[in-house]
Design a protein around this ligand. Structure first.
Ligand code: AHR
Length: 508
């Protein structure tokens, strides 16, 4: 039997769990908005045309914040097309996804949806085809209380109170040659600094996110952040990170170790930002907003050209997720949590239909993909402080990352309830691992309150409209090869091969 162990200690605090870790993303892309969150003719649509089944699932997922309206889409978007009387809104080409944007949904509708979903809005401005003035305009429209042209326009459109959006992305992936209005780090750094300065003149305490790298494999990874922050260090609060992972050519072992890359990404950009801060003799720290992350079978998309025909909301990148994908998503959340001292905002991309935990059929049902489950359980159970853990674990050889830890884990401790929760993955493709957890630092009296596992004999099993519960979380003891036992202050878990688990200990 493979064995790993960890000792948890309430004094080893990384940082409080940031609720913004559980962000998501709604882009005007494919069927995320139209027939995703919004489908007026649907039997379950509410008076505003929002699908109430999707709203209920978004709440169940535990999403706290949603980035909007893009993504690549935002780099060609004119926000003003999406406000005012619907029948007067223009139809436009969306060059990013080769689609027609009807503008039926704009910021006023999205703000209504966000209120119903009980999520904070993270708003991205267009710095691809636009600049400082348009960023100021949309800010005036959404956040200025009253008495100016654009705030009065908002009021006339039905929103008397400003939306009070605090968190703003200064463009999207402008390091990427695919991005409309792609820029050099020098050009973007100046534009981001100018936009940030202007937005702060309007509202000093906004939280501003400068674009970082679109992936750790970008040729400009690190140098992009360094140059951009040389210009914008004092003006922004965050630099963004984006990363998507997929299984390549049947290499499941490397895929299961995807969080190794996320750890590398975060550690590298923290070091890069701190180095710029040191050069500037600044005591300020720049945090990371990991505002696009997920499993995405990007190579399939890159090999399939976008449709010739310009259509409204065509299905785009509707990946169907399997058990292994869900284990990787759970592991990426572990990575985000362990970096809670510096990653204080994150968005899984995206929420509905487009590489999403929630799927819908137009006119039909909504269902949960496999990746829904680790996200929802982590959002529900990660409370209080994140604890620093050192895991004594065997490693395994991967083609992509060399020797990778077989077991990865993080823990949280909620001092208000006494709950200790452990999130753990076993990356071994074939064998269970016995994982011993020393809880003695918490004193006597802990019991197992709940223990959930996602695993399956078929690691490629998926959910679908017709079998929406093929893959769900199950109590660990009911999963073949899984178990939990508590003897005094030592818990012994058996983690099945290719599995993600969450175990909450509480006081009896
Ligand atoms: O989430 C899908 C796309 O991935 C986004 O539009 C873009 O920002 C990223 O490349």
């Amino acid at each position: 039997m493979l064995r790993a162990r960890v000792a948890l200690n309430p004094a080893a605090v990384v940082a409080p769990v940031s609720r913004r870790t559980f962000g998501s993303f709604v882009e005007h892309m494919g069927r995320c908005v139209y027939t995703g969150i919004y489908e007026p003719g649907h039997p379950l649509a509410d008076e505003d045309g929002f699908r109430t089944d999707v709203l209920a699932l978004a709440r169940e997922l535990g999403v706290t914040m949603v980035r909007y309206p893009g993504g690549n889409f935002v780099s060609g978007y004119r926000w003003e097309d999406g406000v005012g009387p619907r029948e007067q809104r223009p139809r436009r080409r969306d060059l990013a996804w080769r689609s027609i944007e009807t503008n039926e949904v704009g910021i006023d509708e999205f703000a209504k949806w966000a209120e119903k979903a009980e999520v904070e809005i993270m708003y991205a401005v267009n710095l691809g085809t636009r600049g400082v003035q348009e960023a100021l305009d949309v800010h005036e429209y959404v956040n200025h209380p009253e008495g100016t042209a654009l705030s009065e326009q908002r009021r006339a459109n039905g929103a008397e109170k400003p939306y009070g959006i605090k968190l703003w992305c200064l463009g999207n992936e402008l390091d990427g040659p695919w991005q409309t209005g792609h820029k050099t780090p020098e050009e973007y750094g100046l534009l981001a600094a100018g936009t940030a300065r202007a937005l702060r003149q309007a509202e000093p305490d906004l939280e501003l996110v400068a674009c970082g790298s679109s992936s750790s494999s970008m040729p400009t990874f690190g140098t992009w952040e360094s140059t951009v922050l040389e210009h914008a260090y004092d003006l922004v609060d965050y630099v963004s990170c984006h990363a998507y992972y997929e299984e390549h050519d049947g290499d499941l072992g490397s895929f299961l170790a995807s969080a190794v890359d996320m750890d590398f990404f975060v550690d590298s950009i923290v070091a890069t930002a701190d180095a710029v801060g040191a050069r500037l003799k600044s005591t300020k720290k720049i945090n990371l907003s990991f505002d696009e992350w997920n499993v995405w079978y990007l190579s399939r998309f890159q090999n399939a050209p976008l449709p010739e025909e310009w259509k409204v909301a065509p299905p785009v990148i509707e990946d169907q997720y399997n058990v292994a994908d869900a284990v990787v998503v759970g592991n990426l959340l572990i990575s985000l949590l362990r970096h809670s001292d510096r990653v204080t905002a994150a968005c899984q991309a995206q929420l509905v239909n487009v590489i999403a935990p929630i799927m819908t059929e137009p006119g039909g049902p909504a269902w949960k993909q496999t990746i829904f489950h680790p996200f929802a359980k982590t959002a529900a159970l990660a409370k209080g402080d994140v604890l620093r853990v050192h895991i004594d674990t065997p490693t395994y050889e991967t083609a992509k990352y060399g020797a990778a830890p077989l077991v990865d884990a993080v823990a949280t401790h909620d001092a208000s309830t006494g709950d200790v929760t452990l999130f753990a993955v076993n990356r071994d493709v074939a064998n269970p691992v016995e994982f011993s957890v020393d809880l003695s630092a918490f004193g006597a009296g802990l019991t197992v309150a709940e223990a959930w596992t996602l695993a399956d004999d078929d690691v490629y099993a998926k959910n679908s409209k017709d079998a929406p519960e093929r893959v769900v979380l199950r109590p660990i003891g009911e999963v073949p090869g899984g178990s939990v036992a508590l003897d005094g202050s030592t818990a012994t878990l058996t983690l099945p091969n290719v599995s993600w688990s969450a175990i909450r200990f509480t006081r009896a």
